[in-house]
Design a protein around this ligand. Sequence first.
Ligand code: CDV
Length: 313
Amino acid sequence: MPRYLKTAAAQLGPIHLADSRASVVARLIDMLRDAHASGCRFVVFTELALTTFFPRYWMEDQAEVDRFFEASMPGPDTRPLFDEAKRLGVGFYLGYAELAEEDGGTHRYNTSILVDQDGGIVGKYRKVHLPGHVDHLPEAPFQHLEKRYFEVGNLGFPVWRTMGGVLGMCICNDRRWPETFRVMALQGAEMVVLGYNTPTTNIYHDEPLHLRMFHHRLSMQAAAYQNGMWVVGTAKAGKEDGHGLYGGSCIVAPTGEIVAQALTEDDEVIVFDCDLDLGDYIRRTVFNFDKHRRIEAYGLITERTGVIPPPTR
Ligand code: CDV
């Protein structure tokens, strides 16, 4: 029996430093309405969806960094998005920079939330695989300071029973790590959704754009098939104050096939009616975890972080 969740990936074009939060939220609301008009009940926005991709900038003044963070969610600028989504009965995923007062201290995370069709926050995820570096790299064409501005997420990879299925979240670089998806698949995830800001240039290595796009799709398509789940990836794309981010937002079926993809590097809504039962046959056959996984052989996955090759003779 098919179990449909009509889903949109709402790709965002560039956000410039001078753009206000209110102007960005107005763009998100426009796309929410477009998605609703196409019959969607769930919209996936991107990573750090409210601001420019600020980890590209070296900043020493913490107050300057903190203007990119949200101290409450919803806050005054994001409240209209929550209100409109509730009015339309559309759930959503939203990525943002989170300023959290917890355990007697101030913490900063690259965060996403899952909001259900009644407008309630049902889940929160904090990015685990933070890419980039801590120190200023004077030789690099631009910086990637996620490791400086954010702490590693401390919530693991939970999943939630919501919107008629079992849904999980991750953020950008997490999509390149098979562990991300397998941990959620082991909790029954039928769809994993994510946002990303991926520069068109690799700051460490000369890498053609077509190869960067290939790796993006390869990671999500393999994850979808190997776990029998839907994967929805939504970009922030285009040139932010001259800094390029690639597009390529797509919806991947549990078969590993791309069933919808963005054509532009601007605000663009792509839609697919996702049957959450489609992955069932994969999870019952070739990737029947109960029958075929061999955890006694996987110990190193959690015991060892880096590579230790055998000694040379
Ligand atoms: N925002 C990101 O996590 N971006 C990384 C880049 C640095 C490679 C990504 O995996 O797309």
